[in-house]
Design a protein around this ligand. Structure first.
Ligand code: NCD
Ligand code: ZN
Length: 346
C-alpha cells in the first residue's frame, strides 16, 4: 500500500479569496499548499476593469504570508458594458489570465453579470482572437428551470450555441456537477476544459438534505444525485487532460450561512489536498492525482508547470481546524464526513 506521494505543487483553477479581513484569514489556507490560483472577481463591487484587477492583485500580494511565493492569477468579471480595449490591454500586459462569465443572478454577487449573451459577443470575439480563456458559471437563471437541471439546460441553450458561433473561443466550464457537463467537455475538443471541485467529488444532494438540512454543504451549482457524483469522480481520476482542480473554495461567515436564507459556498482550502488524496486512493488512482492538481490546468492555460513539489504522507488522522477565525467571526471548514489520513508537507 502506498504511503507517500510527491507531486508538483498544485494550482487552484477557481478560488474565492474575497477582500479585507476575510481575505487576510483565508489566503494563508490556500498559500500553504498551492502555487497559483485563478482568483474569482465576484467582489462587491465586482472586478470589472484592468484597474480593478491591478488593485485587487496588489491587495492579495500585500495580504499573503511573508515568504510565500503564492501567485494570484487575476480575472475580470464580464458585464454587458465591458470595455474591449481595457480588457485587451489587461491581457496583453499579463495582468489577467481569464475572464469570468456569470449569468446575472446565478450565484453569490452575480447581479452585474450577463443577461443577454449577444451583448458580449464583441468582447468574446476579441478573446477568441487573442486566446484568452472564458471561465463560465454554467447555470441558467430562469426561475422556471428546476435548480437541479440548470447546468444541463445551460449547456443546451447557452454554451452549445455560443461555441458553435465562436468555435475558437477557449472555454473553461467551471465546477461541473453533472454527467451532462462531463460528457459535454469530453466531446468538446481542445478548446474546452472543465474544473471539478473537491466537495462535489465527496457529497451528493442527500448529504445536504437527508436527515436534516446542512447549510455548510450548500453551494452553487448545488450537488446533484449520486450518478452525477460518480461521473465526476471517474472524470477527475481518469487523467483526462480536459479536467483539473478548481476548488471553488468559497468562504462565508457562519453567521451568513446559518440563516433562513443562507449563502452558497463550501470552504475547502484548508483540507482540499488531504481530501483529494483520500478520493484518488479510493479510486485506485493516486498516480493520476498530479495530473488533476498540477499538470492539466497549466497545460490548458498555456502556463509552465510548477517546479517545486509537495509531499503527501499517509499516517494517523490529520487534525484540521473545524473553523477558521476571521475578525468578523468564524468560517466553517468543509467536513468530508470521513477521517483524513493524508498529511501534506512542502
Ligand atoms: C460562490 C461564492 O460564494 O462566491 N459560491 C458557491 O456556492 N460556489 C460563487 C460561485 O462560484 O458560484
Ligand atoms: Zn466559485
Amino acid at each position: 500500500m502506498q504511503q507517500r506521494l510527491t507531486l508538483r505543487r498544485p494550482d487552484d483553477w477557481h478560488l474565492h479569496l474575497r477582500d479585507g479581513e476575510m481575505m487576510k484569514a483565508v489566503l494563508p489556507e490556500t498559500a500553504r499548499h498551492f502555487a497559483r490560483a485563478i482568483i474569482m472577481p465576484n467582489l462587491v463591487p465586482p472586478v470589472v476593469t484592468g484597474a480593478d484587477a491591478a488593485g485587487y492583485r496588489d491587495r492579495i500580494l500585500w495580504a499573503k504570508p511573508k515568504g510565500s511565493k503564492f501567485q494570484p492569477l487575476m480575472t475580470l468579471y464580464l458585464t454587458e458594458t465591458t470595455d474591449v480595449r481595457d480588457l485587451r490591454a489587461a491581457a496583453e500586459i499579463g495582468l489577467i489570465t481569464a475572464v469570468k462569465l456569470y449569468p446575472a443572478g446565478a450565484t453569490t454577487n452575480s447581479a452585474s453579470g450577463v443577461r443577454d449573451i449577444t451583448k458580449v459577443m464583441r468582447v468574446l470575439e476579441n478573446m477568441a482572437q487573442i486566446g484568452l480563456p472564458l471561465c463560465v458559471h454554467g447555470e441558467v437563471t430562469d426561475p422556471e428551470v428546476d435548480i437541479f437541471d440548470r447546468e444541463a439546460v445551460f449547456i443546451e441553450t447557452v454554451l452549445g450555441p455560443l461555441r458553435q458561433k465562436l468555435p475558437e473561443l477557449r472555454v473553461v466550464m467551471e465546477h461541473i456537477t453533472t454527467k451532462d457537463g462531463i460528457d459535454y467537455v469530453k466531446g468538446g475538443g481542445d478548446t474546452i476544459a472543465g474544473t471539478i471541485t473537491t466537495h462535489h467529488l465527496v457529497i451528493n444532494r442527500n448529504h445536504i438534505l437527508a436527515g436534516g438540512i446542512r447549510p455548510h454543504y450548500y453551494c452553487l451549482p448545488v450537488a446533484k444525485r449520486e450518478t452525477h457524483r460518480l461521473a465526476l469522480r471517474a472524470a477527475a481520476t481518469s487523467g483526462d487532460p480536459s479536467f483539473f482542480l478548481g476548488t471553488d473554495s468559497a468562504p462565508h461567515l457562519d453567521s451568513a450561512k446559518l440563516q433562513p436564507c443562507g449563502c452558497a459556498g463550501c470552504f475547502t482550502a484548508t483540507n482540499t489536498l488531504s481530501i483529494l488524496a483520500h478520493v484518488f486512493e479510493q479510486e485506485s488512482a493516486l498516480e493520476r492525482l498530479e495530473a488533476f492538481t498540477s499538470l492539466n490546468g497549466p497545460a490548458f492555460y498555456r502556463l509552465p508547470v510548477n517546479e517545486d513539489t509537495i509531499t503527501l504522507t499517509k499516517g494517523t488522522a490529520v487534525q484540521h481546524p473545524a473553523q477558521i477565525d476571521t475578525a468578523d467571526g468564524p468560517v466553517t471548514v468543509f467536513d468530508p464526513g470521513f477521517a483524513l489520513l493524508w498529511h501534506v508537507s512542502a
